[in-house]
Design a binder for this molecule. Structure first.
Ligand SMILES: Nc1ncnc2c1ncn2[C@@H]1O[C@H](COP(=O)(O)OP(=O)(O)OP(=O)(O)O)[C@@H](O)[C@H]1O
Ligand SMILES: [Mg+2]
Length: 204
């Protein structure tokens, strides 16, 4: 029943947005799931790493390994991390028993226009080196299990497609077969606020 669901794509493509929604839906269905967002991981596991190919690969391998440990004990791992290099992603595919890759596909001009974190402007101004899509490569997945076109579909449609895929392979039971946990959003928010208070995460 356990698996790793990895959202890969450019900065601003929608990995955090989609992974959070899918994760909440899994929790709502009463499933044991953890959300490993790239930012949270870099702050707490990989703060010494930069953005060279080596450092990015080490980071992606670490997330893969933690996911493997979670999966081993029945916890679904939902990951949102750019993971720009195909080879590192394929190493994780090898390690993880059930690896579902979601390509959050959005053209660079759209992610750059969104510039959610203001990083593209800084990268264009030469203030950030090794920025994926600008001064660093992004190797598109050759055979992702699911592709979400976030420039053309809304969040609900993308989330629906991922959940449909998981249901279709029998990895997630349909909602009407689950005892729904309607307090999951509130529980999660309280937990994240606690992490933020203690300096492990940013507040929403
Ligand atoms: N279909 C869609 N799916 C996801 N996000 C969408 C979609 N349509 C529009 N958006 C918007 O695109 C933005 C995506 O930002 P988000 O922080 O999720 O990107 P990210 O991939 O996690 O980037 P980063 O790698 O920098 O963390 C959000 O503002 C979101 O509202
Ligand atoms: Mg993100």
């Amino acid at each position: 029943m356990s698996f790793t669901l990895w959202f890969t794509g450019l900065s601003g493509a929608g990995k955090t947005t989609l992974s959070r929604c899918v994760y909440m839906e899994l929790r709502r269905r009463g499933l044991a799931a953890e959300l490993l967002d790239g930012d949270l991981i870099r702050n707490n596991f990989s703060s010494e790493l930069g953005f060279s190919r080596r450092d990015r690969d080490v980071n992606v391998r670490r997330i893969g390994f933690v996911s493997h440990l979670l999966n081993r004990h029945g916890v679904i791992s939902v990951v949102a991390a750019i993971a720009p290099y195909a080879q590192a992603r394929e190493q994780n595919r090898e390690l993880l028993e059930t690896y579902v890759e979601v390509f959050v596909n959005c053209p660079l001009e759209v992610t750059e226009r969104r510039d959610v974190k203001g990083l593209y402007a800084r990268a264009r101004a030469g203030q950030i080196a090794n920025f994926t899509g600008i001064s660093d490569p992004y190797e598109e997945p050759a055979a992702p299990e699911v592709t979400c076109f976030t420039d053309r579909e809304d969040v609900a449609a993308s989330v629906g497609r991922v959940v449909d895929y998981l249901e279709g392979c029998g990895l997630v039971p349909p909602a009407d077969q689950c005892r729904l946990v309607e307090t999951c959003e509130q529980d999660d928010r309280q937990w994240r606020n606690r992490l933020a208070r203690l300096g492990y995460a940013r507040a929403d």
